[in-house]
Ligand binder design. Structure first.
Ligand code: 5GP
Ligand code: ZN
Length: 113
């Protein structure tokens, strides 16, 4: 049984509102949205953060493709959206399973908080 909360979502132990799924990625609505639309995109392979993905070109391509599919599903591929990945405590990462946040439905400014 998986210990990581996102691995539990992949395995169906925790339900989610799915936006996109393929063999290697899953995307679902964030439980605590920070924008009118807020989707989390994860690889099905457990890795902790973007640094651990640096030698996995396939995984990074899969994640980019999944973000693109999410943008299309949300209808924001032309209007635009923000993609964020937090790393470590200082970066505000609370789940140690690499993920992209896809934030949309408002116009973002230059401030990254
Ligand atoms: P981080 O803080 O690691 O960058 O992002 C983790 C995100 O996962 C947070 O935005 C948080 O709201 C979301 N999250 C944590 N647990 C769950 C859950 O069980 N279901 C869903 N849908 N989102 C979750
Ligand atoms: Zn995991």
């Amino acid at each position: 049984m998986a210990h990581c909360i996102f691995c539990k979502i992949i395995e169906g132990e925790i339900p989610c509102h799915k936006v996109y799924e393929d063999d290697r990625t899953l995307a679902f609505h964030d439980i605590n949205p920070k924008a009118p639309m807020h989707v989390v995109v994860i690889p099905k392979k457990h890795i902790a953060n973007i640094m651990q993905a640096s030698e996995d070109a396939q995984l990074l391509k899969d994640m980019a493709c999944a973000v693109t599919e999410v943008a299309k599903a949300l209808g924001v591929q032309d209007s635009g959206f923000r993609t964020v990945t937090n790393t470590g405590e200082g970066g505000g990462q609370s789940v140690d399973h690499f993920h992209f946040h896809v934030l949309a439905g408002k116009t973002f400014g230059e401030d990254f908080g």
